[in-house]
Ligand binder design. Structure first.
Ligand SMILES: Nc1nc2c(ncn2[C@@H]2O[C@H](COP(=O)(O)OP(=O)(O)O)[C@@H](O)[C@H]2O)c(=O)[nH]1
Ligand SMILES: [Mg+2]
Length: 196
């Protein structure tokens, strides 16, 4: 298992977070079926995912323990099935989510445009429940394939949904498979400092 570290975490901040009981961190991956969410989870956690969940509930679930300044954080990672009929189940599992990766496949532009439903639904869920909005990240997978989404289209999409960050990765090449989770974890623990 690879080590994940998050820099710039003061002892004071660690204590604050621990007092708030926030060291069990829940992160969700949302996006259409087939974009590579479960594969990314697997690449990040080095775990064999439990396919039973995938078949029965449309959910892949993984746990990874990471150390932040020698404090242990348990990350629970959730891949909600991409199929629309699973949304009612997925909603239940969004409770307590602190970070969301909206995932699309760079070789499939439709998978980017279809993300609007996931973004809108998730935001609606947190606003209706009066829960703190999770940190959000846009993740493009499968960059071992040709990227069919041009810069302008991507920029427009991100502007439309006020998404501030984007990470490209490939589970096959094992490129940037930790970054989406590390970045979300960093935001969850340290807050957003670098964006005006
Ligand atoms: N070429 C390539 N294929 C990938 C990559 N990630 C996932 N896949 C393939 O895409 C398909 C769907 O992946 P899966 O993780 O099940 O998607 P999910 O439905 O979003 O969870 C599988 O056949 C994977 O092997 C990647 O980075 N590159
Ligand atoms: Mg999956």
């Amino acid at each position: 298992m690879s080590a994940v570290t998050v820099k710039k975490l003061s002892d004071k901040k660690v204590k604050e977070q621990m007092n708030q009981g926030r060291f069990f961190v829940k992160i969700a991956l949302l996006g259409e079926g087939g974009v590579g969410k479960s594969t990314l989870l697997k690449a990040f956690t080095d775990q064999t995912l439990n396919n039973e969940y995938e078949m029965t509930l449309g959910i892949d679930f993984a746990i990874k323990k990471v150390n932040v300044d020698s404090q242990k954080i348990v990350l629970s990672l959730w891949d909600f099935g991409g199929q629309k009929q699973f949304w009612s189940i997925a909603e239940t599992f969004l409770t307590g989510t602190m970070g969301i990766a909206y995932v699309y496949d760079v070789a499939n532009p439709l998978s980017l445009f279809e993300l609007n439903k996931w973004i809108e639904k998730a935001r609606e869920f947190f606003s209706l429940k009066g829960q703190k909005s999770p940190y959000e990240l846009l993740v493009g997978t499968k960059i071992d394939f040709e990227n069919k989404i041009d810069e302008e289209t991507l920029r427009e999409f991100m502007d439309q949904f006020s998404l501030k960050e984007h990470i490209l990765c490939s589970s096959v090449l094992e490129h940037n498979v930790e970054e989406p989770f590390m970045r979300l974890l960093d935001l969850i623990v340290n807050g957003r400092k670098d964006v005006c």
